[in-house]
Design a protein around this ligand. Structure first.
Ligand SMILES: [Zn+2]
Length: 797
């Protein structure tokens, strides 16, 4: 029925400008330089917010117009003494350090010989206006003919990557600060590098370089920051489109191809938009879109360069028949299909978690009504309550609905055995594959390895490297154990943090060495379902076993709060969700298995952080934790994981020791209450934690702590010496703590425990610095023991 309406709508409306996005995209891909628009240029300046480009001496040629605008130019310093220069000064220390780690200079001040520019704003007019200022500047069509031939193929190559982004601006007539400016500059020192201003990004300015390493492509973000005008703004910008009320009908065929109709309400915050962007996995093709029943144009292309930072998603555009009006709700209906489910053999399935399987516009809280038609030998799980499941011909129909808003709806399917556990009003359902994944069988071929490796090395999963010892594995071994364990963890956390994102939690297996915590749905590594082998070396629990059998499931459970109730909006803040989820999991382990589990994991993390990276420096020195996924660079791809999970866990643990348990738990509750269904920034977090510091704290606002551990790098070596002076009962304990191996402004807060026979133990917190920190305590009798940091209160060497 609906389909017929669609067909009718398509036939009746056929807007006059249908295909405009597509024809613009084609014009961009087929654009060429215009020999008639070539100039000998001297002393031209291009200024876009913080970016300054000086075209000192050379030739500049513009492209032919696309949609009435000239949108590209190339500069070549092909004259005697020819030169150009770019200057970009990162606004803060962390960004200057990041830049320096790549180019050995805290500021980008680079001379270049060639520069290719793509732009949708007034760059052409701005340059033309400057031409009369120097008598050398004149039109040079004869040089233009050469440059046109030489650079048109380069232009087409670059334009293909940016076409969706450029079309968006051209359709929306972006002007001034709304318009994108992208450049690729080539210098003798640095080779070719990218410098981009994209106002759609939260940090519009980015300089970096595409590099490949071990067959993997990296966009090394040298520096990324907000523009000077944004840095003056106080209020965050509202989303340009608010999405709500998702209704998705999906069909998964026998070939595991997924075909879906996604309906969602869309409310624009400003009027006149002729095209709006959405994100989806490149594995999905959006075949058609209607807006309030009228056919809209869809533009979807592959563009690796423009989207390398978009975490496995690609931008596509929807151009409705009429420009959108602010404040009105529109119903967008997307038809999309693709392969996001893979069979690793024997009906052990893998659902890709790297990109979105349905269209999103940022991560926004929305309710979901999800209906799946799927092969009847497969079980399907998704977030929310199971509304119905019934046989339907040769398949099955299963429907879920979420009562509260969530930010993302995943799903999983397989030939499952199930176990159920209920505790404290929460239902946990655990699904396990009936068959063993082929690559876990002895001597099997490993057909899925690279898919799994690519998956697990991405940001979404929790990863622990290394083989897992398992003999005679059976994927149902731990089914009931996981159900009981997750239910107990859920109950433990709910008692401390309040209710989770949803009352019903489903746990399902995913091939690979990672897990993921969607609201109401957890992906748990298939390794977590196996019983471990007897320990080959020594006795006692091993970190890997602890990870797969206990920590991973508790960690993903904790994401029901951290990441799905309280959320973050920036890659710079995501570390908190991982650190808090991981620490919550350790708190649960501490209760169930004892404090030694926590100690074991903290020690494992410390070893990883202090291990020498490829630069010869400790892995931890790759950059501050707030650099987030930018730490997953070609310099040391593993640094992101060690720092986010390992150092993140240590940061939360150090706060716990400094605050004391009672204040620490009260702080966690306050964060969840204050930021429920909201985004928290690292600075917001610091301010909440600071309210819980003990009276007379040496670092009451925690600025020193955050500057050292969160915004900075370094793991100190701490040494203590002391002596006792005077005669009882007028003794004085005098000591110093020396901090080394960190920069001068690093300041660790470290406890010194003083034991006196017959008296309660006292603790002095010492604030270290570049000079030895002294302390002096009056005692009535000599101490029996004075210990520096006896209980892992500080991450130190
Ligand atoms: Zn996590």
């Amino acid at each position: 029925m609906i389909r017929w309406e669609l067909v009718v709508a398509l036939c009746l409306i056929a807007p006059v400008w249908a295909g405009e996005a597509d024809s613009l995209a084609r014009a961009i891909r087929e654009n060429s330089f215009d020999r008639e628009e070539c100039y000998r240029v001297r002393d031209l300046t291009l200024a876009i917010e913080d970016i300054k480009i000086y075209l000192t001496d050379g030739h500049l040629i513009f492209s032919r117009p696309v949609g009435g605008r000239r949108i590209a130019a190339v500069f070549v310093a092909d004259v005697e003494g020819g030169d150009a220069e770019v200057i970009l000064l990162p606004p803060d220390r962390a960004e200057r350090r990041s830049l320096a780690s790549y180019i050995h200079s805290p500021n980008l001040d680079e001379h270049f010989r060639t520069g290719m520019f793509l732009f949708t704003g007034g760059t052409y007019d701005a340059i033309l206006a400057q031409l009369p200022s120097n008598p050398t500047n004149r039109r040079t069509p004869e040089i233009g003919a050469l440059l046109e031939e030489q650079f048109t193929p380069v232009l087409r190559n670059l334009s293909a990557s940016y076409q969706t982004r450029l079309v968006l601006d051209l359709l929306n007539h972006a002007e001034g600060g709304e318009a994108v400016f992208a450049s690729v500059l080539e210098s003798a020192n640095l080779g070719a590098f990218d410098l981009v201003y994209d106002p759609l990004r939260a940090e519009p300015i980015i300089a970096g370089q595409m590099t490949s390493r071990d067959n993997r492509l990296f966009l090394d973000a040298w520096t990324s920051f907000k523009t000077r005008s944004m840095r003056k703004e106080t209020a965050p910008r509202p989303p340009d489109l608010a999405l709500s009320g998702y209704r998705i009908e999906a069909a998964i065929g026998g070939d595991l191809e997924l075909k879906a109709t996604t309906r969602v309400k869309v409310r624009p915050s400003h009027s006149g938009l002729r095209a709006v962007p959405f994100d989806i996995s490149p594995l999905m093709t959006v075949t058609s879109v209607t807006v309030d029943g009228r056919a809209a144009e869809v533009l979807q292309r592959e563009s690796p360069r423009g989207n390398a930072m978009r975490s496995g998603n690609e931008m596509f555009l929807v151009a409705p028949a009429e420009p959108l009006a602010a404040g009105r709700d529109y119903e967008f209906v997307f038809e999309h299909s693709g392969k996001v489910v893979f069979d690793t053999g024997d009906r052990v399935l893998f659902v890709t978690a790297r990109g979105n399987w349905y269209p999103l516009h940022g991560l926004q809280f929305a309710t979901y009504d999800l209906t799946f038609r799927h092969p009847k030998d497969l079980d399907l799980v998704a977030p929310g309550e199971l509304v119905e499941t019934r046989a339907d011909g040769d398949g099955r129909v299963t429907r879920f609905r979420t009562r509260s808003s969530i930010r993302f709806a995943g799903f999983n399917l397989g030939n499952y055995a199930r176990a159920r556990a209920e505790r404290g009003g929460y239902v946990v359902e655990v699904c396990a594959n009936r068959a063993l994944q082929r690559d876990l069988k002895p001597q099997s071929a490993l057909p899925m390895r690279d898919v799994i490796t690519t998956q697990s090395s991405r940001r979404l999963g929790e990863v622990m490297s290394g083989p897992f010892p398992a003999t005679a594995p059976n994927p149902l071994d731990r089914l009931q154990e996981i159900a009981t364990g997750v239910a107990a963890a859920l109950e433990f956390m709910a008692a401390r943090f309040g209710p989770p994102a949803l009352n019903h939690l489903t746990v399902s297996p995913i091939p690979g060495t990672f897990g993921q915590g969607f609201p109401g749905l957890i992906y748990l590594s298939t390794l977590s379902y196996l019983k471990s082998a007897p320990h080959s070396i020594g006795s006692g629990v091993q970190p890997q076993e602890l990870f797969f059998q206990q920590l991973l499931q508790a960690h993903e459970t904790a994401h029901q709060w951290w990441g799905n109730r309280v959320t973050t909006g920036s890659y710079r803040d995501n570390w908190m969700m991982e650190a808090l989820a991981n620490y919550s999991a350790l708190l649960y382990l501490e209760k169930t298995t004892g404090a030694h589990s926590v100690d074991l994991m903290l020690d494992t993390y410390r070893t990883e952080l202090l291990a020498k990276g490829e630069s010869g420096q400790p892995v931890e020195s790759a950059g501050p934790i707030t650099m987030g996924t930018r730490l997953e660079s070609s310099q040391d791809p593993g640094a992101w994981r060690s720092i986010t999970y390992g150092k993140g866990t240590w940061i939360i643990h150090m706060l716990r020791r400094y605050l004391g348990d009672q204040r620490f738990f009260a702080m966690l509750v306050e964060v969840l209450k204050r930021y429920d269904h909201q985004e928290i920034s690292t600075e917001d977090f610091r301010r909440v934690v600071a309210r819980f510091t003990p009276p007379k704290s040496d670092d009451a606002d925690l600025e020193t702590f955050f500057d050292s551990w969160v915004y900075g790098t370094g793991i100190p070596t701490l040494k203590m010496s002391y002596s006792v002076k005077g005669k009882a009962p007028a003794l004085r304990l005098v000591g110093t703590v020396t901090q080394t191996d960190v920069e001068r402004d690093f300041a660790a807060l470290v406890p010194v425990e003083i034991h006196v026979a017959g008296s309660p133990t006292t603790t002095q917190w010492i604030r270290c610095g570049s000079e030895p920190a002294t302390f002096s305590v009056a005692l009535k009798q000599p101490p029996s023991r004075v210990t520096l940091d006896p209980d892992r209160a500080v991450l130190r060497r």
